[in-house]
Design a protein around this ligand. Structure first.
Ligand SMILES: Nc1ncnc2c1ncn2[C@@H]1O[C@H](COP(=O)(O)OP(=O)(O)O)[C@@H](O)[C@H]1O
Ligand SMILES: [Mg+2]
Length: 287
């Protein structure tokens, strides 16, 4: 099995050398835990190895991402000019977007091999922005034609934001196409499935629940659909703040189940390999 190295020092060793190619891996944790940094480092190391990477964000504009990366000495502007990194931010004020076809086209255009999606938690909050084409729900390819999704399958370079559904389809007042009580959870499930079909190896960010529960993510479904789940934590142990990382699930992998400390410094994330004993969890650290 081919494994894709994240290149994050100390991390690949926990999962037999890397993420199995084509996997959907969730990164979950509280705000400020390092989820976006993990994902950027994964794309950066891929770009250095010649794998084009795509960062799809519902959370931050490209400018902020480039600034954050530069803190770690990662020149994303240069890599972007070499087509080794691409950013795509979905503006929060656009509505009725067909996220599914949009993602497919951006991946085709950028030839991405590694993809970061930031985040499922924001997708849940901003679900009114997106319409679910009926074709995705009933798996009938022909239904797509009936919906007149624009633009038609063409090979020319298109602006992904052109993917609006036309008004002659069946929409509710918010522009969503409904399917027997379609919900945020249904959207999460469909997006996970969509990402799996792209041929890319995906790091998908979400958030952990605020209250202590058995669930690993806010939506409570993505962890079942994912091939892997990595949790990042921030804990207070003996009055010190400790960051830690744990692989909760990685299909086809004899993973190390322990919780390891990591640091965030000028070099980005480094997993230190010290096992952590449970302290009291902190819900987040302000950037
Ligand atoms: N240059 C830096 N050096 C060390 N730590 C940093 C640096 N920049 C950001 N951080 C830490 O990273 C956190 C943000 O990480 P991020 O990956 O954006 O979190 P999230 O899990 O919310 O995506 C900040 O709260 C801060 O603690
Ligand atoms: Mg983030």
């Amino acid at each position: 099995m081919e494994r894709i190295k994240t290149g994050i020092p100390g991390f690949d060793e926990l999962i037999q050398g890397g993420i199995p190619k084509g996997f959907n891996v969730l990164i979950t944790g509280p705000p400020g835990a390092g989820k976006s940094i993990f994902s950027m480092q994964y794309l950066y190391n891929g770009a250095l190895a010649g794998d084009p990477g795509l960062y799809l964000s519902l959370d931050s504009p490209k400018k902020n991402m480039i600034e954050q990366a530069s803190q770690f000495g990662w020149d994303f502007e240069k890599l972007e000019s070499e087509n080794l990194i691409s950013f795509f931010s979905i503006p929060p004020d656009r509505t009725r977007l067909n996220l599914f076809d949009m993602i497919e086209d951006i991946v085709a255009q950028t030839k991405a091999k590694r993809l970061a999606f930031d985040s499922l938690a924001t997708l849940m909050i901003s679900i009114d922005q997106f319409a679910i084409p009926v074709s995705r729900l009933n798996q009938e390819q022909d239904a797509k034609r009936d919906l007149n999704i624009t633009p038609a399958t063409s090979t020319k370079k298109v602006n992904p934001l052109d993917y609006e559904l036309l008004p002659n389809a069946e929409y509710d007042q918010k522009g969503r196409v409904f399917y027997n009580g379609s919900t945020e959870k249904r959207m999460i499930y469909l997006i996970m499935h969509e990402l799996q079909t792209l041929g890319t190896t995906n790091v998908i960010i979400t958030s952990s629940p605020e209250k202590e529960t058995a669930k690993l993510t806010v939506d409570g479904v993505s962890e079942f659909a994912a091939d892997g789940v990595i949790t990042l934590e921030v804990q207070e142990i003996a009055k010190r703040i400790v960051r830690s990382i744990r692989v909760r699930k990685m299909r086809n992998t004899n993973q190390d189940l322990d919780n390891f400390t990591f640091s965030l410094s000028n070099n980005g994330m480094v997993v230190e390999g010290k096992k952590v004993f449970e302290g009291s969890k902190i819900s987040g650290i302000n950037p």
